[in-house]
Design a protein around this ligand. Structure first.
Ligand code: XIL
Length: 380
């Protein structure tokens, strides 16, 4: 009798052990979320808006917390919001954003310190509305960067120090920063940021980052900063791309060129538009309605053909990022769900686009599973 009981107990114990082993193996083998799937490769992040930051959009917050391990603020850390008037800083939203990232132990990105767009007018002008001197602009840049970066010292892990300063043809953008300070505004911005938090990573960030001319000038810029002993850690590839542009080969060349210059790369604002680029549609469509339909074809849902093409683009881009995972630090989506994506209003207002990995009903799109599977295959 005793023996029978012992045997029965041992069988139960064995089956319990094997059951928990199977379960364990199953959960180890098939991660369900992006951050689990990509944890051995690179950070996966999202840009988050005020509704998420203030926990008003709880469904978006749930997605961010479950799926991502890095965040960046979509708007609230741009200079027009952080310092709307000279010397009057507004940190409430940014503080909440950082607290959210800390609570979730995320890799937190500050976006962005120096950008010609979404900067307040006062930054560049005197009381009469004339451009300030180089000396005054330097002081203003230093004060802005030092105040912001030191407030989040040790909390924000990486900064987009300068955003969008180089054009596709390789020339410098004729922004107010450039007009007043010349090319030197870039090294100065990196230097001020580094002085304020010597441990933070510092990035240059730009769009159409695969254009040959732009690649050449940015590579020179990185080399110049490095030769002067100024810290730069990464090149931020915004990756606002479409179904037909750029080619994966062009993109790969850019990744390799930036890496050869001695920095890591990140895809910092990834979204893949499913809509036709307005430049590609012939402007001779006389019928306005037909023209509008052609520009905005999927108001009640993406067609099957477009979905297949769009999914393939996502797979191709992630295959490329995985192929170069030794060079890639992070892949961040510019937004969480399609409903909030800026692409619905850019470059044309009021279209219905489908650029992100979560749909208008906060559902995970089928592509997410495929991307996780891809990451699993490239695990070793
Ligand atoms: C966009 C935001 O998504 C919009 O909400 C805002 O109206 C304009 O800016 N490149 C960048 C981002 O570096 O800061 C921009 O974000 C998108 C393009």
């Amino acid at each position: 009798m005793k023996n029978i009981v012992i045997t029965a107990l041992s069988i139960a114990a064995i089956s319990l052990t094997s059951c928990s082993t199977t379960q364990k193996t199953a959960s180890v083998q098939s991660p369900q979320t992006l951050k689990e799937g990509f944890k051995n490769h690179f950070y996966v992040g999202a840009a988050i808006n005020l509704d998420a930051i203030h926990n008003n959009d709880k469904k978006a917050v749930a997605i961010i917390e479950n799926q991502f391990n890095s965040i960046v603020a979509e708007n609230c850390m741009k200079s027009m919001f952080l310092q709307p008037k000279e010397g009057e800083f507004f940190f409430d939203d940014a503080d909440q954003f950082v607290a959210f990232g800390q609570k979730n132990k995320m890799f937190i990105i500050g976006h962005c310190l120096v950008w010609h767009s979404q900067a307040p007018d006062w930054f560049f002008t005197d009381k009469e509305g004339k451009n300030v001197s180089a000396e005054v602009l330097k002081q203003r840049m230093k004060k802005h960067i030092t105040t912001v970066v030191s407030r989040y010292k040790g909390k924000i892990h990486g900064w987009d120090v300068v955003n969008e300063a180089i054009m596709e043809d390789g020339s410098y953008r004729k922004s107010k920063f450039y007009e007043i300070l010349g090319e030197e505004f870039i090294p100065l911005a990196f230097q001020y940021a580094h002085e304020a938090d010597p441990n933070a990573e510092l990035y240059y960030n730009d769009y159409n980052e695969w254009h040959k001319g732009k690649v050449e000038t940015v590579v020179k810029l990185i080399a110049d900063l490095k030769s002067r002993g100024i810290r730069i850690d990464g090149m931020g590839l915004q990756t606002h791309v479409g179904l037909d542009y750029p080619t994966i080969e062009e993109y790969e060349k850019a990744i390799i060129a930036y890496t050869n210059a001695g920095v890591k790369v990140s895809s910092t604002e990834l979204d893949i538009s499913a809509l036709p680029s307005p430049h590609k549609i012939s402007s001779n469509i006389a019928d306005t309605q037909a023209y509008e339909k052609e520009l905005n074809p999927y108001t009640s849902g993406l067609s099957e053909t477009a979905t297949t093409k769009w999914e393939k683009r996502y797979m191709d881009f992630f295959s490329l990022f995985l192929k170069h995972k030794d060079k890639v630090k992070r892949v961040t989506q510019w937004g969480v769900t399609d409903i909030d994506s800026w692409k619905n209003d850019f470059p044309i207002k009021g279209r219905t686009d489908y650029p992100l990995l979560f749909d208008r009903k906060y559902q995970t799109k089928p592509i997410v599973k495929k991307l996780i599977q891809l990451a699993e295959e490239k695990k070793n």
